[in-house]
Design a protein around this ligand. Structure first.
Ligand code: COA
Length: 325
């Protein structure tokens, strides 16, 4: 068995929902502004669930869906920019919670592209190291990292997790993918770490642990990247958009997706969207969408799907999938 398929999907979203109207009670904003600029109506917000908990719940659902036991998992990759701790990795905490005692576990930091990066890394390791089953999880607790007094960012994000089980197979599942980074633009979105502070530091640098973003720059980057990434996977596989059943984009802003549909001259219905309910859940957005589509029976065996992500780093990437279950 030389190929890798997605054998199961799962998701978790906190039960606490905050609507745009509720936000307008704590900051100067309105449902009209948020919805018309972003397509977001509400977001799920943690009331204490940390990233590892949400990741574990999504992972348990994906394992059940794939009918695989946690002890049969060889690799756990968690994509997150909001880990529980600097160390250990969120993946190690997930390993402990779900009892996946036979796996190697680590995190990937590629923000909203993290799930695409995670699939690529897991597939490569499965092929090179002989792993049979892997969990790739996108999980975020952005509500602990946004500045709730900054209306230009706090309205955009939400919390949640999505997971897939990857398994070796004779069928082709993950057909092709690419990942790319533009580190020279790293200042566009940041969540900084600890201050460099010790008895040996003369000029202390004060950092901010809250998310900061240059929205206009990111918007320009996202609109060009989403189109180029989709075209790249299509060209590399000698396909055109008629061959594709669905595109699952990172859910950042409806206007980014509308722009992409127009530019690609394809109906916006080809793009799955659930940003209205979840907001931007960063690395979790694509696997949450995948899990939701599976549950709604929108995707069927043999469907060709493109996953496309973009975000802090700046990072981007896309994956072409043959749905094999
Ligand atoms: N409610 C009401 N007004 C708001 C607001 C809010 N929540 N946030 C910002 N504003 C105001 C601004 O202060 C500004 O007011 P001014 O003209 O008086 O200065 C005005 O709205 C326009 O702000 P602007 O930033 O130009 O809005 P925009 O139309 O560019 O939309 C974003 C802002 C953030 C929605 C948009 O830039 C975006 O989606 N960027 C991409 C972000 C993204 O996807 N990031 C994640 C990538 S993974």
């Amino acid at each position: 068995m030389k190929e890798v398929i997605i054998g199961g999907v799962g998701k978790y979203a906190p039960s606490k929902i905050i609507t745009n109207d509720q936000l307008s009670e704590i900051i100067e904003t309105s449902d009209e502004w948020i919805y018309s600029r972003t397509g977001i109506k509400q977001r799920h917000v943690s009331i204490g669930e940390d990233t590892s908990y949400m990741a574990s719940e999504a992972a348990k659902m994906a394992l059940e869906n794939a009918n695989i036991r946690s002890i049969d998992i060889d690799l756990i990759v968690v994509a997150t920019c909001t880990p529980d701790m600097y160390t250990p990795s969120t993946a190690c905490i997930v390993q402990s919670i779900i009892g996946a005692n036979n796996s190697v576990a680590f995190d990937i930091s590629a923000a909203c592209s993290g799930f695409i990066y995670g699939l690529d890394v897991a597939k490569s390791l499965m092929k090179s190291n002989g792993y049979n089953n892997a969990l790739v999880i996108g999980a975020e607790n952005l509500s602990k990292s946004v500045d709730w007094e900054d209306r230009s960012t706090c309205v955009l994000f939400g919390d949640g997790a999505g997971a897939v089980v990857l398994s070796k197979s004779d069928n082709v599942g993950l057909i092709s993918s690419f990942c790319k980074s533009e580190g020279e633009k790293y200042k566009c979105i940041t969540i900084e770490g600890n201050d460099v502070d010790s008895p040996f530091v003369e000029n202390k640098v004060i950092k901010s642990s809250k998310l900061k973003m240059n929205g206009n720059e990111v918007f320009k980057f996202a609109t060009s990247t989403i189109v180029n990434s989709i075209n790249k996977v299509l060209n590399e596989n000698n396909l055109n958009l008629d061959d594709i059943d669905y595109i699952i984009p990172h859910q950042a802003n409806v206007r980014i997706i509308d722009y992409a549909a127009k530019k690609l001259k394809v109906s916006v219905d080809k793009f799955y969207m659930n940003i209205e309910e979840y907001g931007n859940t960063s690395a979790a957005s694509i696997p949450i969408a995948l899990s939701e589509m599976w549950k709604k029976k929108l995707i069927k065996k043999g469907n060709k799907i493109i996953l496309v992500g973009f975000g802090a780093g700046l990072t981007y990437g896309a994956t072409l999938i043959n749905w094999a279950i």
